[in-house]
Design a binder for this molecule. Structure first.
Ligand SMILES: Cc1ncc(COP(=O)(O)O)c(C=O)c1O
Length: 384
């Protein structure tokens, strides 16, 4: 968000800037979802609802988990909040005591460590570099678990890398987790629908039923339905946890916007036929961006399984000198230099806890991406 704001500022000042920082699809919310929101307003669905979601939306969420993930949940096991971020916040606020540890594999989505800190917990970062496909191994997980571990946060497909765990990889992590009953698991599945090629999305509670009772399966409509501004996320898990999260929510935001809930209901229950077209567009962009970045001297860009990000390693640029005589010491310097020299806004790996890399969001048109990658190639080739 900060990078997008800076790029917009430079653009407003007349600079030719391409922003590749956005964490949201460039598609518009589908019309039938907007129509459901209009209907909700016309019908007078404009009052308070149950704190953690209308019964109708909870039923739709339960049906989604059954239909798409083979998971059975009752409405009392479901929570609806103001975005996926809010679900994570509620879960941490409801459960963390001072000193409790939360394992967060890096690179991570920027909000995880800060939410844990806000809730009084201690983030325990496990580095998973490009050499291991940006995926934490079972041995790393085992080594990070202590008697104080309360949660593991697992995000697949990942922001910022797009890496996603296969069924077998999840099973191997699950084999470690079943041995440690004090550890709860929050799976952030918000990019579930954005996976490419033959990759098959699976989630932990589905892969290992023994972990069902202590897994909070989180998802939302932001990314799959291009609804980032509507602010609806949801999760399913143990009844007591869901109840505790509702207590936090009832003393902070109260219910998520009633109109957005009606829209999310239409998203989950309505036609899903636009998704293959969106996936096709994203896959085409991913492939082209990876091809162009890998042709830039000093960059290595793995092809990820999902989401709409790539996370090229830029260790080949570190220590080099720019035309202006500046030495590039780290990925923050690389990001600043790309913005200043070529007007391309990317996010430095330092923000996601794993360097030297940067994140590019390919949620923009192919022609813009080709222009941006061409500029990056030119910049990289100019270094000494
Ligand atoms: C991995 C991940 N989890 C959760 C979220 C939050 O999504 P929401 O808009 O539903 O709060 C994001 C948004 O960028 C994300 O990338």
């Amino acid at each position: 968000m900060a990078v997008t704001a800076l790029a917009a500022e430079l653009k407003a000042a007349g600079r030719d800037v391409i922003g590749l920082g956005a964490g949201e699809p460039d598609f518009d919310t589908p019309d039938h979802i907007k129509a459901a929101a209009n209907d909700a307003i016309a019908r007078g669905d404009t009052k308070y609802t149950a704190v953690d979601g209308t019964p109708a939306l909870k039923k739709a969420v339960a049906a989604k988990f059954k239909r798409e993930n083979g998971l059975d949940y009752e409405p009392s096991q479901i929570s609806v909040a103001c975005g996926g971020k809010h679900i994570i916040y509620n879960a941490m606020m409801a459960t963390l005591d001072p000193g409790d540890e939360v394992i967060i594999p890096a690179p991570y989505w920027v909000s995880y460590p800060d939410i844990v800190l806000l809730a009084g917990g201690k983030p325990v970062i496990v580095s998973a570099g490009m050499d291991q496909g940006f995926k934490m191994t079972p041995a790393q997980l085992e080594a990070a678990i202590t008697p104080k571990t309360k949660w593991l946060i697992l995000n697949s497909p990942s922001n910022p890398t797009g890496a996603a765990f296969s069924r077998d990889e999840l099973k191997a992590l699950a084999a470690v987790l079943v041995k440690h009953p004090q550890v709860w698991i929050l799976t952030d599945d918000i990019y579930e629908h954005l996976v490419y090629d033959d990759f098959e999305f699976t989630t932990l509670a589905q892969v290992e039923p023994k972990l069902y009772d202590r897994t909070l399966t989180m998802n939302g409509v932001s990314k799959a339905y291009a609804m980032t501004g509507w602010r609806i996320g949801y999760a399913a898990g143990a009844k007591e946890l869901i109840k505790a999260m509702a207590v936090i929510q009832s003393q902070s935001t109260s219910n998520p916007c009633s109109i957005s809930q009606a829209a999310a209901l239409a998203a989950l229950n309505g036609p899903q036929d636009f998704l293959p077209g969106w996936r096709k567009a994203f896959k085409e962009r991913r492939d082209r961006v990876c091809e162009l970045l890998n042709a830039a001297p000093g960059l290595t860009c793995p092809v990820p399984e999902g989401a709409f990000y790539v996370y090229p390693d830029c260790s080949g640029l570190i220590g080099k000198t720019t035309k202006e005589g500046q030495r590039l010491d780290d990925d923050s310097a690389v990001a600043t230099w790309l913005l200043e020299s070529e007007g391309v806004a990317v996010v430095q790996g330092a923000a996601f806890g794993l360097s030297p890399c940067f994140r590019i969001s390919y949620a923009t048109s192919l022609s813009v991406l080709e222009d941006a990658c061409g500029r990056i190639q030119r910049a990289c080739a100019s270094l000494k």
